[in-house]
Design a protein around this ligand. Sequence first.
Ligand code: COA
Length: 328
Amino acid sequence: MTQLNAGIIGMGHSYPEGILTNADLERMVETSDEWITSRTGIKQRHKAADNEYTSQFGTAAAKQAIERAGLKPEDIEIIVCATTTPDQIMPSTGALIQAQLGAVNAAGMDVFAACSGFLYGITMVESMIRTGAIKYALVIGAEVLTKYVDYTDRGTCVIFGDGAGAAVLGPVESGKGILATKIKSDGRYEEQLYAPGGGTKLGTSHKTIDEGQHFFKMKGNELFKVAVRSMADISAEMLEKAGLTVDDIDLVVPHQANQRITDAVASRLGVSEEKVYSNIALLGNTSSASIPIAMDECIQSGRIKEGSKVLLTAFGGGVTWGATVLQF
Ligand code: COA
């Protein structure tokens, strides 16, 4: 029997129409377009309206991905929704998306791995497809982060935006698809990026709400160094595992955390600027959605095409990180 690999065979993305510019933020907190642009590279981010929520964007992205893969929702066997901002605590957003898609033969679930969630999802389903346990899986990164952001905290509110990206994975010929993938976490860094309220530890009370315990809290400066080191190291490890060097890679699609982090990772890996994709100026940091949105933009524009070798790498709260090497 021919050995198959798991590969991405269709992608899609979606985000809310609403836009929050740096000028809007200047009117909300003590900040400036100059500070945000020079420290993060972000000029604007998309923001969901009060009546919009995560599964809607996940479903819209997933519909495109399934159609572009030439499949029907019934063909999907596993739906992994990577999100840190679910519609509600139960059922999972993956199950809600399953219902919205009519993917009646799938098992829907969520993976909570913050900004690394999409790479967690594809790493989980990769071996299921490669071993033949399942044929088609849907991995979605979907977030409405702006509903978890404290718009009085200038350290976090300028960074995050909303959106979703999705990929259908299925069997592809040997030598193509996912060549190497790895995910890691270190929960000892819990308090570098976290939202403590609303769970079983603090519960939900007037006190936790008044204290803003449900909002994201971040020690950005400390995360910065760990993020750069972790993404560069795991990328080098996955390139070696795939039997490639950075020179073989056509495009690097990193998690869009901060332009300065992207630049530092590229420089540590020795990759030139032209080979590194960035859309952070227009979308901000969309956490688990950032890699699939960026990849789909590259596929639509022709920057990723048949034969392209692509490196993905992410880092996020947990802390979590990962890297994946693919050949299209
Ligand atoms: N506007 C103006 N000033 C701001 C500001 C804002 N939006 N946010 C913070 N500042 C101020 C701080 O209060 C601080 O002022 P002080 O020196 O008077 O105390 C100063 O700017 C420097 O703050 P610092 O946090 O050291 O800035 P930074 O250069 O590290 O940039 C981040 C902040 C958040 C942009 C950056 O640390 C970052 O992107 N970190 C990583 C985020 C990340 O990877 N998250 C995990 C994956 S999603």
